[in-house]
Write a protein of this length. Structure first.
Length: 198
């Protein structure tokens, strides 16, 4: 019987020899930045495992937090003074879930998004080991690692809401194994699921 760790190391080595399809997908896109000087800058880490069917790292936020209690989110948060989005996303993932920065391969920045709570967020797309070493912090109640194939198989619900700038936007909700993935997290996931490599 093969040790799962050996399998993950083999997968990492094999993947390292081939061009990463997610890196190619990201580099072929024209990134859509936002200019929202009145919004607070933040970054999230969109971490995909190095597997044939990648899993995406999500957190269930603690019910003790002042904002977004119990919501499903990517690791991330507000940038510190003078901090770039990549450094901020990697730092937040270390603080929230114990993801070693040395285990993170940064592929690049995805399209900016914003939240009704006044955050201007840059998602940073990365790859992480198939069996990442993670730990919960006080900010995180639970870790989720849903495979992209399972999320693609879901039929998200759609709703239209008026955003702070007055525009109407379609918002999606993904019901996965009793969890409700919605809001900014669902918006970024939808981009991965509908336009990313299969």
């Amino acid at each position: 019987m093969t040790d799962p760790l050996d399998v993950s190391l083999l997968e990492d080595a094999r993947t390292g020899l081939e061009p990463d399809p997610w890196e190619g997908w990201l580099s072929a896109r024209r990134r859509q930045p936002l200019h929202l000087p009145e919004y607070r800058r933040a970054a999230v880490l969109v971490a995909l495992t190095r597997e044939v069917d990648p899993r995406v790292l999500l957190t269930v936020r603690s019910s003790e937090l002042p904002t977004h209690r119990g919501q499903i989110a990517f690791p991330g948060g507000s940038l510190e003074s003078g901090e770039g989005v990549v450094a901020g996303a990697v730092r937040e993932a270390w603080e929230e879930v114990g993801l070693d920065p040395a285990a993170v391969t940064v592929l690049g920045e995805m399209d900016d998004v914003y939240t009704p709570a006044g955050f201007h967020v840059t998602p940073v797309l990365t790859r992480i080991p198939a069996q990442p070493l993670l730990r919960l912090s006080g900010e995180v109640a639970q870790l989720l690692l849903p495979p992209l194939s399972e999320l693609r198989a879901l039929t998200p619900t759609r709703e239209t809401r008026r955003m702070p700038d007055g525009q109407l936007a379609v918002l999606y909700r993904y019901p996965w194994q009793g969890h409700d993935i919605w809001g900014m997290t669902a918006r970024v996931l939808r981009d991965l699921l509908t336009t990313g490599p299969r």
